[in-house]
Each structure stands twice: as C-alpha cells, then as structure tokens.
Design a protein around this ligand. Structure first.
Ligand code: TTP
Ligand code: MG
Length: 403
C-alpha cells in the first residue's frame, strides 16, 4: 500500500493563541518574545507583523526597528502547552501513528486509517475544521506520499493552508525551479557551498549530481535523493508507554561558546539524572541532548543503546552528541532520558560484570565534580524543570547540517 502522510503545522502558533484569547489583538502586528527594551529575540509573530519583515529568531531590537507600532508580549508557555495537547488529541482520533515534532507540528501516518475516514483529504479537512471549531485556532495541512512532501505541502499555502503532493513527480515539478534551500537538510552553509559551485536551484542539483557529491559527499547524495522526491523515512510514532522521560536542564546567565564549560554543565546534569534513576531503580535506553541557541532555535539529538543508570554513560553520550552539533552561542543545555527499563528486565551489560571498573568510574567522576565545584562554585547548575510522564523530546531523524 502506498504511504500517505499528513503534516500539520499550526499557524503563528503562540501569537494565534494570544489573539484567540484577546480579540482586540485580531488583525494587529503582534510580536511574541522579548519586549522592545529587553535583550532577546522574537519567538514568533502574527502574519500582520511578518509583512514588516519581522520573523522568528530575529533580535527584538531589529523587530522594533521594522515594526515600532507592533504589540509586544512575553510568551505564556503554559497556555501554548494546553492548546498543543488539545490539538494532539484531535490528531489522535485519526491514527495513533503520530510523530510529534514540536508543540505545534506533527506527522500523521494515515496509510492504514485513511480509508476508514473517507480518505486522507477528508481527514485533513476535518482536522482543520475541528481545530478551528473546538480550539479556535487555524492550522495548515499538507498531504504527501512521504514526510518531506507532506511537510512541503503544509507550508505551500500557509496560513490556513491545505495542499496535497501525491507523487514524487508532482513533488519534483513543484520544487524544480526553486532555490536549493527548499530541500530539507540544505541549511545556510550548505546553500552557500552550492552557490559557490553555481548551483542555485533544485534543477541545478539534478543536472550537476557529480559536482554535488564531490563537494558534499554523503550529505550530497542525501540531498540528491530528496531532490528526486525519494524519502523513505518512516513516521516515528510516540506511544504513551514510551512517553516517560526525565530531564534536567540549565539556562546560562550569558550565552556560552566554550565547549569545555558546556561539557562541565553536562557532567553535573548527568550526575543528577543518574541519581534520580538510581532512586527510581530504573535504567534508560535513550539519552537525548537538548540545546537552545542564543537565537532561541532549539535542537535535540538522541542516541539509544544499552540501558544505563550511570553518570559516566549519560555524560559520554551527550558530550559526543554535543561535539556534533553546530557551534553557535548556547543559552540552554539539557539532558533527557527515556525508554526506561526496570532493573529485573534489563539485560546484563559489561558494566554489571566489571564492578571494579565501575568503582573506578565513580571515583574519577567524583573527582571531576569536586574540580568543577572548585572552578565554578556550588551553584554552577540550577536544576530546571523536571518532566516525568511528559512527552519525550523530539528527535530529529535527518540531522540538519546547518539550518
Ligand atoms: P513555527 O511553526 O515555526 O512558527 P509559527 O507556528 O509561529 O508560524 P507558522 O508555522 O505559521 O509559520 O513554530 C511554532 C512555535 O514555536 C512558534 O509559534 C513559537 C515557537 N518558536 C520559537 O519560540 N522560536 C523560533 O525560532 C521558532 C521558529 C518557533
Ligand atoms: Mg507553526
């Protein structure tokens, strides 16, 4: 059976929730984020504000220059979380194969369930009308034969959009003459590299495959596949039973670029989490690194392996994930653990068999912690929100090279 995927993305999500709750804001340029006199960035803004060139992650100073008559508001996270849960509930009535990408965005695999509801288009239209009637918000829906096509489709007619890309040929025809950035995974840097080789459109990519592979290697091959409309990535569903996660995070007083400092923070977060696991007598299979950059862009990278409750393992995994992410000033760093196993169901690992090594590890860790405390004082880490029985972190399936 051909795969059918729906991608839903709420329109101007934070701003739309605020407008819904205060109709006086309707039709006005509304900017959610820092206030003009504060240091900070735009989280999002209404489409009216976008007309003045304001967009997510822009410094609030720049936004104010472009739109001095706009209405500026701080975000109200709890409200958005509630709205997000309501939206997710609507989606779940059509399939349980859903990959929740963020509060306002998700992929629904309706391959098996579409016929039951009268087809994917019917589901898409119903999601739109119910989201408006039941929650008072608009969203954009894209239907595709793959994740990439569904995502492109939802973006195509934003806001309040509805669009379908049914085949790879339709997908190719749609993107052929657009800039290379249209391809998922082509970030600013990759685009620049391609531009230097005079490759500016998707057509250029397809007509210069050898050059693309020569300059970008495996990433280039991936880009060519996506340009051809080939994308076999599966929707990674999220099940309640796997939903539990425990996390610790830290927001820095100032943006940090020093990788060693960031790793020190990871060490302390890992230690806290390890303690928590041992108190609960559980082991985690998946370790997730969360990074929020100074421009508020947030990314997560995850790795699954043998279940562990050890500080050292949690640290090693997150430190190596950190080595691979883009190097930019970082405002927040966090670790999430999920995929828990009770001790009796857990497979023995090498660590269980080598008590001595374990002892050594603990010793060296304690020494590290002592060194850190001497270096930064007791208060280097203030624990952020703990999330138990919350959604797991979002895990990127194709790492973006540079977005
Ligand atoms: P988006 O879906 O990227 O943006 P949006 O829903 O506001 O607008 P649209 O989809 O119509 O283009 O992000 C969802 C929410 O995530 C957004 O409302 C605010 C938050 N966000 C940030 O806080 N910082 C950011 O840099 C981005 C991109 C989003
Ligand atoms: Mg959105």
């Amino acid at each position: 059976m051909d795969t059918t995927i729906i991608h839903v993305d709420m329109d101007a999500f934070y701003a739309a929730v605020e407008v819904r709750d205060n109709p006086e804001l309707f039709g006005k340029p509304l900017i959610i984020g820092a206030l003009p006199h504060e240091r900070g960035v735009v989280a999002t803004c209404s489409y009216e504000a976008r007309k003045f060139g304001v967009h997510s992650a822009m410094s609030i100073k720049e936004a104010y220059k472009r739109c001095p008559h706009g209405i500026y508001m701080h975000p109200n996270g709890r409200k958005y979380k509630t709205a997000s849960e309501q939206v997710h509930k609507i989606w779940l009535t059509y399939t349980d194969l859903i990959e929740f990408i963020s509060l306002d965005e998700g992929f629904l695999d309706v391959t098996g369930s579409a016929a039951h509801f009268g087809g994917a288009r019917k589901i898409g239209m119903e999601i739109k009308s119910r989201t408006l009637a039941e929650i008072g918000l608009t969203c954009s829906v894209g239907i595709g034969y793959s994740k990439t096509s569904a995502k492109l489709a939802s973006k195509e007619k934003k806001p309040d959009g509805f669009y379908e890309i049914a085949t790879a040929n339709e997908f190719k025809a749609l993107i052929r003459d657009r800039g290379v950035r249209i391809i998922y995974g082509v970030g600013l840097k990759t685009a620049e590299t391609l531009h230097q080789a005079k490759i500016t459109t998707v057509r250029d990519i397809l007509e210069n495959r050898q050059i693309v592979v020569a300059i970008l290697g495996n990433h280039g091959k991936q880009i060519i596949d996506l340009a051809e409309g080939i994308d076999n990535r599966k929707v990674q569903p999220y099940y309640e039973s796997e939903a539990k996660s425990i996390s610790r995070e830290h927001t820095f007083q100032k943006d940090i670029t020093d990788i060693e400092y960031l790793k020190d923070a990871l060490r302390l977060l890992a230690k806290e989490l390890s303690l928590k696991l041992r108190v609960e007598n559980i082991y985690a299979r998946t370790v997730t690194l969360k990074v929020k950059y100074a421009n508020m862009k947030q990314i997560t990278r995850a790795k699954s392996g043998d279940a562990t409750n050890q500080t050292r393992d949690i640290y090693d995994i997150t430190a190596s994930l950190l080595d691979k992410v883009e190097k930019r000033p970082i405002r927040l760093i966090g670790i999430g653990l999920s995929g828990f196993e009770e001790s009796e169901f857990r497979q023995m690992t090498l660590d269980d068999l080598t008590d001595k090594r374990d002892g050594k590890r603990k010793e060296s860790l304690d020494r590290t912690l002592l060194e850190l405390q001497t270096k930064y004082g007791e208060q280097i880490i203030k624990t952020g929100n703990e999330m138990i029985a919350e959604k797991r972190f979002n895990v990127d399936t194709i790492p973006e090279k540079d977005a």
